[in-house]
Ligand binder design. Sequence first.
Ligand SMILES: [Zn+2]
Ligand SMILES: [Zn+2]
Length: 260
Amino acid sequence: MNKLKKVIIPASFIALSIALYSCSKSSTEDTTVTPSTGTATTGVSITSVVKSKYMSAVTISTSDNSITLKSNGTPDHVSPYWGTGAALYETPYTGQNLNPGKIATQNYSMTLPTNPTEASTKEATVLGPIGMALNGVPIYNDREGGNVPVDSGVLSAFDRAGAHPGPSNTYHYHCTGDFTGNDNANLIGFLRDGFPIYARKDADGTYPSNLDANGGHVGTTADFSTPIYHYHASNTAYLGSRFYLLKTGSYFGTKGTFTN
Ligand SMILES: [Zn+2]
Ligand SMILES: [Zn+2]
């Protein structure tokens, strides 16, 4: 194989070149981020961002075409669902109606494509883990048991993180919250199709106005200087609550596995 040293790449081939040489790194990246739209939805490697942004509680391993993330699913922040006496326990906020669950250790494993691509047929997300936040807690969509939308009763059980435990004490995020991202441009995690999910804003501080039916669009982010498809949390307060749903609709790409 030829050794590549200095290569000048036409701009139109930047996305392709990153796909082919994803192991090479530029040390002189411009840190000024201007969200832009484009068509380079595929061929962007997520490996370096996954490795640098996931917290140490998440174990990362890579193979040729996939990345596997393992976590125990417990959050790094306070919640009433830790239970009284736990180090990270906090009392419920006024009006919160705790469900009977608790935060308990799980054995999660999520596998992502290294270079996520758009699926020709978009698969709807369903009840259960659809992604993993940077701290290893699963991300769920807008569904609850019976695959029905989260209702106001369920909402009232959410902690300040927009989360609650499900059956078998599987704590998970449905919404934005005080610890992952909310009215900002925080990277929240990655969904099972390998595309990143951000909070309500883009990197320039504006609210995206061109999200598709799956809650995403193509553009640069603070983490990706090459335009990439990425999801955003909803910018509509869900059922008039303090919470904003993280995800509705379908996967843009093809989902990988998520096991417990
Ligand atoms: Zn739930
Ligand atoms: Zn965006």
